[in-house]
Design a protein around this ligand. Structure first.
Ligand SMILES: Cc1cc2nc3c(=O)[nH]c(=O)nc-3n(C[C@H](O)[C@H](O)[C@H](O)COP(=O)(O)OP(=O)(O)OC[C@H]3O[C@@H](n4cnc5c(N)ncnc54)[C@H](O)[C@@H]3O)c2cc1C
Length: 441
């Protein structure tokens, strides 16, 4: 059987390895001690039971994540619904509104809120109503800032709604949101329900006990198929030669592994785009197309410090978006209230904050992470129309990662578990095609 290396064991790499499990002799290289990448649950003991708390990938919905849904079913992984819902907080003025309010009629909104919020609510309603038509008719092929200006949206809507949902969804600073392609942002609202992440129109689901449970199920399948999973093994160089592809790895004292180089027939690099270019000994001009994908780092903290939440507990929701500062110099952040997101009850409240700008009580921090997320610029969007060609040439090196769009859902469904899973399947198909060409020679 042909030898194939898969580098990176996030959803993209796991999907590639899973799709090749009966067709090749696969070795998976993962630099961390655990597989999963952004499917990263921390397990805590709480009143004698184990709770799996997700610290990055946490939600999907069946209509827009069809392949992931099918994958979880194939693995026999238990998943569960949760109610979605978000709150928006202004930490300076201590004002807060909740997504349930979008279900009220205008008279009820006017009775409950000041004029500023009525304006925001009215424009949000208009955005939900009009933007899908603009997206479908290709009238949103411009930056988000241009789209909002062209359609007469106010600063109240931009800085009280759009910026909070968008910075949380893409983990990018507020001042970069306006340069994002409007179509990608609108597609996100279409794919995640009318209100975006945390809305109630999408039927939200999460893996019971945390995403660690699906990762364990995949690893079991890969192990049963005889795949060699090498955790704690960082790939430092990938070089294509006449004989195949050489994969070099670094030593790890912690994992007791030694540096080495091995030859494979085919390699799938399932890393972030910039890391993929970083390990290539000699990137070809075509492979350099990946330079268009840039990344931004998000600081995630898993903790139990409720100071990050709205003062009124009645306003706590699954997702809690917040801002501080004025429009030109603003910090935005999001707090996942994990008790609601994972739907468990506990005497302890668990939170995941992303880019929280204030101090968290040190004794309440469980673990902290730096995650990197692609920044979707107009250039990165343009690349999506040709990105899958990178796996269509003669090279024995293929690529996968959630920076590819999902082929079924179109160029704007990118950066999600669905797109990561689909890209792994596509890279595996490309490897099978290359191998069959080789064997026909
Ligand atoms: C905070 C946060 C929340 C998110 N929430 C959701 C969500 O709810 N739903 C959703 O659909 N998406 C969510 N996402 C998007 C998420 O990024 C994608 O869904 C997906 O998990 C990314 O998968 P990936 O395989 O492309 O990358 P990763 O999961 O990052 O996997 C890459 C892997 O490569 C490994 N690696 C790196 N360098 C090397 C090397 N040199 N050698 C060997 N291995 C290496 C890494 O350790 C990692 O395991 C979230 C992202 C973030 C940051």
């Amino acid at each position: 059987m042909a030898r194939v290396a898969v580098i990176g064991a996030g959803i993209a790499g796991l999907s590639a390895a899973y799709h090749l499990r009966e067709q090749a002799d696969v070795t998976v290289f993962e630099k961390e001690a655990n597989a999963g990448g952004h499917a990263n649950s921390v397990e805590v003991t709480d009143a004698g039971r184990t709770l799996g708390l997700d610290t990055a990938f946490i939600v999907y919905n069946e209509p827009h994540y069809q392949k992931i849904t099918q994958f979880f079913a194939e693995l026999g992984v238990a998943c569960q619904a949760h109610p979605g819902r978000f709150s928006f907080n202004n930490a300076d003025t201590r004002t807060c509104y909740v997504s349930d309010d979008f279900e009220l009629d205008e008279a009820a909104i006017r009775a409950k809120y000041p004029e500023d919020f009525v304006q925001l609510w009215t424009e949000a309603e208009r955005f939900y109503r009009e933007s899908p038509g603009h997206f479908i008719r290709k009238q949103a092929e411009m930056s988000l800032g241009e789209y909002l200006t062209a359609n007469g949206y106010s600063d109240t809507f931009r800085y009280g709604f759009v910026v909070l949902v968008a910075t949380a969804a893409w983990s990018v600073p507020a001042d970069r949101i306006w340069d994002m392609p409007a179509a990608t942002v609108i597609a996100f609202f279409l794919g995640h329900g009318r209100e975006g992440l945390g809305g109630r129109t999408a039927p939200w689901r999460t893996v019971t006990g945390g995403s660690i449970n699906y990762v364990r199920a995949v690893l079991e399948r890969l192990g049963a198929a005889g795949q060699d999973i090498r955790l704690g093994t960082s790939v430092t160089k990938v070089a294509e030669t006449a004989a195949g592809v050489e994969v070099s790895t670094g030593a790890s004292v912690e994992m007791g592994t030694e540096a080495g180089t091995e030859l494979f027939d085919e390699v799938i690099i399932a890393l972030h785009a910039d890391d993929a270019l970083g390990v290539l000994a000699e990137p070809t001009p075509q492979q350099r197309m990946l330079e268009a994908i840039q990344y931004n780092t998000t600081k995630a903290a898993l903790h139990t410090d409720a100071a990050c939440m709205p003062a009124d507990r009645e306003q706590w929701r699954s997702w809690n978006y917040a801002r501080s500062g004025d429009n030109d110099n603003m910090s935005t952040w999001v707090v996942y209230y994990l008790n609601q997101l994972h739907d468990f009850t506990s005497a302890t409240d668990y939170f995941l904050t992303l880019d929280y700008p204030f101090a968290i009580a040190p004794e309440r921090i469980i673990q902290e992470f730096d995650y990197r997320h692609p920044v979707f610029t107009t250039e990165a969007r343009s690349l999506q129309s040709s990105i899958h060609t990178i796996n269509a040439g003669d090279s024995r090196i293929k690529f996968a990662g959630s920076y590819f769009h999902s082929r079924k859902m179109g160029i704007d469904i990118v950066g999600s578990h669905e797109s990561g899973f689909d890209s792994g399947a596509a890279a595996a198909d490309a490897v099978v095609r290359s191998l069959s060409v080789d064997s026909a020679r």
